[in-house]
Design a protein around this ligand. Structure first.
Ligand SMILES: Nc1nc2c(ncn2[C@@H]2O[C@H](COP(=O)(O)OP(=O)(O)OP(=O)(O)O)[C@@H](O)[C@H]2O)c(=O)[nH]1
Ligand SMILES: [Mg+2]
Length: 274
């Protein structure tokens, strides 16, 4: 949850400079990192702007959706820990399958990030909530970065941050990433979430249809038997029951088993192929 002492957006925060000064921007690649952080969100919500603020890199940002088309990695250290942060193309849904969205979906589902930072546009939360709720179905090791708060304020939009955090069950940090406002608080919440040793259970869909839970349990168990290290077997089981052609093909061919490999093996395979 938002710490009691956290200040409201726009207010000065006396404790921020000292906390922020612990951030060391490490630029590209932190191979011996302690934690992997993924940046998820709809297109054009400021993910790359957050990424640049954390890493000191200057990846291209632009005021149109689809600016980022592939995965980018960078690093920072904070409070004695090294973080690898992965910027992803924007996506509207984990069910989407345009090539850019596929990159994002694959990493969010199978890349085993320690923390997923969901970057949302505070001026159109309703649209952003679709992806946020989907991400929370696969992980609660997440932090919501409520970005573009400057725009929201300019449009006289008020967001009840405390209640949003309570309802979603994850910390919510108001930010204006372009000016760096809220970034120190975001780093702090990321580090707290990354240090958690428990695994908070993801939000489960209420399954009203009789028998569906049973079928889901059965397919999930079968998948775990076939691919013991597959991340997100319940999500995959649900896609199979829905008849997702792409996932069905990946399971039938066994290709989905490759996603069960440790992330480093996937990186190496990808890099040697290019
Ligand atoms: N006013 C305002 N603009 C912002 C803020 N954060 C980012 N922007 C602007 O929003 C636009 C999109 O930012 P990006 O960081 O490229 O967004 P993105 O989510 O990476 O976009 P995709 O890669 O296309 O998904 C840029 O013009 C940024 O300068 C903010 O807090 N306030
Ligand atoms: Mg981007």
């Amino acid at each position: 949850m938002i710490p009691e002492d956290s200040h409201q957006p726009g207010e000065a925060c006396v404790s921020c400079p000292s906390r922020f000064s612990q951030l060391r921007k490490l630029g590209l690649r932190v191979d011996d990192c302690d934690h992997v952080i993924a940046l998820a969100g709809n297109p054009n919500t400021g993910k790359t702007t957050v990424f640049n603020a954390l890493t000191g890199l200057r990846m291209h940002t632009g005021n149109w959706p689809g600016k980022t088309i592939s995965r980018a990695e960078g690093g920072f250290s904070y409070d004695g820990k090294k973080y690898k942060i992965v910027d992803l193309p924007g996506t509207y849904s984990l069910l989407s399958a345009s090539p850019d969205e596929e990159v994002a979906r694959t990493f969010l589902l199978f890349g085993r990030p320690d923390v997923t930072v969901m970057v949302a546009d505070a001026t159109c939360m309703e649209r952003n909530l679709n992806l946020i709720l989907q991400v929370l179905q696969i992980t609660r090791r997440a932090v919501l970065c409520l970005n573009l708060m400057d725009e929201a304020r300019a449009n006289s939009l008020e967001i009840d941050v405390r209640n949003l955090a309570r309802d979603l069950g994850v910390p919510v940090v108001p930010c204006s990433a372009r000016s760096g406002q809220g970034i120190p608080e975001l780093i702090r919440e990321i580090s707290i979430m990354a240090a958690r040793t428990d695994t908070p259970a993801p939000r489960r869909l209420p399954l009203e249809v009789p028998g569906l839970r049973l079928a889901l349990d059965q397919v999930e168990a079968d998948l775990q038997g076939l691919f013991p290290h597959l991340p997100q077997p319940r999500w995959v089981a649900l896609r199979l029951l829905e008849g997702d052609r792409e996932i069905m093909d990946a399971v039938l061919s066994g290709d989905i088993g490759a996603l069960a490999e440790p992330v480093s093996a996937q990186y190496n395979a990808k890099e040697s192929a290019t």
